[in-house]
Design a protein around this ligand. Sequence first.
Ligand SMILES: Cc1cc2nc3c(=O)[nH]c(=O)nc-3n(C[C@H](O)[C@H](O)[C@H](O)COP(=O)(O)OP(=O)(O)OC[C@H]3O[C@@H](n4cnc5c(N)ncnc54)[C@H](O)[C@@H]3O)c2cc1C
Length: 390
Amino acid sequence: MIEVEESETLQMLRSSVREFASKEIMPVAAKMDEEDYFPADIFKKMGKLGYLGITIPERYGGSGMGYAAQAVIQEEIGYASASLALSYGAHSNLCLDNLYRNGSEEIREKYVPKLCSGEFIGSLCLTEPSSGSDALAMKTRAERNGNGFVINGSKTYITNAPYADLLLVYARTGDAYTPFILLAGDKGVSRGNKFSKMGMRGSPTGELYFDSVDVGMERIVGELDKGLNVILSGLNSERVILSYIFLGIAKRALELSLKYSTERSQFGERLYNFELIQEKLAYMYTRYRTSRMIVDRALRSLEKDRMNLLDSASAILYAAESAEFISREAIQIHGGLGYMKNAEVERLLRDAILGQIGAGTTEIRKKLVARELVKQYKKNNNFLNENDMY
Ligand SMILES: Cc1cc2nc3c(=O)[nH]c(=O)nc-3n(C[C@H](O)[C@H](O)[C@H](O)COP(=O)(O)OP(=O)(O)OC[C@H]3O[C@@H](n4cnc5c(N)ncnc54)[C@H](O)[C@@H]3O)c2cc1C
């Protein structure tokens, strides 16, 4: 596996997002966590800077860049505040990028510019109370009603739902699936609970109810009954892009650990002089580096083929576990201080845990990786392709 140098454009983007994150996001990260506060003003600024519509062509109000640019933003924001990065990812990748790629020209013109500017906040609604990992067992149903559809059902654990204006909702249409746009103001759409979470606080998570919501055919995203590919390709893209949040957490946790272990002394020695602390730092770095390599590989695959499940599932499987491992070790290195509520490493661990649950769980990722490997092995008598030896 070879790491690829970032282009000059991406390097410039990284340095401007880093500056923005350090000036605007870092100062409110602790408040977001303590008060479960969502900084709507910062989200709007991200729209003005072109971050929200980073993958969208300029004629629809976007910045005309690709997934690599979205990954840079995701990682740099994740380093400052993983919860704001989660809300960014849900809006910019799960909802907006998906809507643009699959939507009609009418949808692109009507809704995409509003999501790019931040005038609208978006959510992607797949999970339901009785279908999480088994997402395709969803019960939300759209039934024909004259020239349109009537939608009934509910969704849960939806990022941004408490504030979202536009909802990209997956529903059953007969035995198939179709994505629809619903607006928070549509008659019959209501918000349920806003959840209080252990981590990713400040990224609002909530329930949605759809009670006989009437929509016209123009609200279908893509083609009627052709939603399965939209769901599956969207999940791959989500796995790769959200992995960058966990790289951001891991980087921050390692950096704070290096700082502390070079400042704090016990037994007349700086902590980094103890071999057991050195072992931690070495493994933390190695996990961070290998996470970056597998995630960058998945990003390159995503740019070529949005259906590459093996790369996307293995990337987030490893990156999420590594972020949790690294932030846990960071707490250990900080000793009692790491266990205190005002320690940043304590927040990092709580945020990192979401990585093994949101965007599909670790168990489901393992199942998918093994399934894809066996499929590839049976087909090629080798789990690697000939031109994929790294
Ligand atoms: C903060 C947060 C934000 C989220 N944002 C969104 C969002 O924006 N949009 C959205 O649609 N969803 C969102 N989700 C939902 C998320 O995708 C689901 O929580 C996740 O897919 C797991 O579903 P579940 O919670 O129903 O757990 P379940 O599916 O009930 O799983 C419970 C446990 O059983 C295990 N399990 C289930 N099936 C198997 C199996 N076949 N083999 C082995 N183990 C299994 C799971 O791995 C898990 O450990 C969010 C969740 C959270 C917590």
